[in-house]
Design a protein around this ligand. Structure first.
Ligand code: BTN
Length: 260
């Protein structure tokens, strides 16, 4: 049996010259912690925790966060509003997480638009981006929260109301500290690229990673449920749906997709 190794501050300090990475033992939510400390933050600051008592998921869901087992990661960034579509940003972040996992030998991770990571059709990781805008200021403050299931077992995950998977279920054990170091450096770099070049450089990577490409899907938003064929995304990140031969695009933080 593999024993969970705790996150190691000295190792992070050794590999990353910028050492603004806070590791907490337990906290309600790493996203919430950064939101509450916004005025002290510098771009690229990271908060990690071994355990979250009130981890937040998308659409008001709870994110189950057992001690020392998974990754609970939040990063602060600030972007100029003009360059940002939220959906493009969400997709970019999910592509980066897949690439980081690939770097450690994890194959077959796909994305459910816009930002759920799936492995063998089960949820492996989730991303929650929270934004703050201030009147009269063109910059948007964002907290990028990432949860990755590493060593959670079936008892710890029994409250999760969807099919999920952890890396240990496919026999993969990655040093969580090394994974976090790679994630921090890759994500910081990608955000700089996103800031200068927008979503376009990431667009071409989508097709190979789309978990439901050309499948019939159902889109659910606050107002309606729509069925069509998933035709990928446009160059801004909007989902393209073929409904009776016509292509429609969908954005949306409040939109989620289901498979028929
Ligand atoms: C989802 O529902 O798919 C998004 C899950 C995001 C979970 C992460 S864990 C670290 C960060 N802190 C939170 O409270 N949520 C995010």
């Amino acid at each position: 049996m593999k024993i969970a190794q705790y996150l190691k501050k000295e190792k992070i300090r050794y590999f990353l010259s910028n050492d603004r990475v806070l590791i907490l033992s337990t906290i309600d939510s790493t996203n919430q912690y950064l939101l509450e400390n916004l005025s002290d933050l510098q771009i690229g600051d990271v908060c990690l925790a071994e355990h979250q008592t009130n981890g937040r998921g998308r659409q008001g869901n709870q994110w189950i966060s057992p001690f020392g087992k998974n990754i609970y990661f939040s990063l602060y960034w600030s972007l100029n509003k003009k360059n940002v579509t939220s959906t493009g940003l969400s997709i970019m972040v999910s592509i980066i997480v897949v690439e980081v996992l690939q770097h450690f030998g994890v194959r077959g991770v796909k994305i459910k638009w816009p930002n759920d990571l799936y492995l063998n059709n089960r949820k492996l990781a989730g991303i929650l981006i929270e934004k703050i805008t201030r009147p009269g200021n063109n910059n948007i403050h964002i907290i990028i929260g990432i949860g990755i299931n590493m060593m959670m077992n079936s008892i710890e995950g029994k409250m999760i109301n969807q099919k999920w998977i952890a890396l240990q279920d496919i026999g993969i054990f990655i040093d969580r500290t090394l994974l976090v170091i790679k994630l921090i450096s890759t994500l910081r770099q990608a955000l700089k690229r996103f800031e200068s070049d927008g979503f376009y450089p990431f667009f071409s990577l989508w097709k190979n990673l789309d978990n439901f490409y050309y499948q019939i899907i159902k889109i659910i938003d606050s107002k309606q449920t729509i069925t069509g064929i998933n035709c990928g995304i446009n160059n801004q990140g909007a989902l393209l749906l073929n409904i009776n031969g016509k292509i429609y695009s969908y954005w949306g933080e409040k939109t989620s997709i289901r498979i028929l």
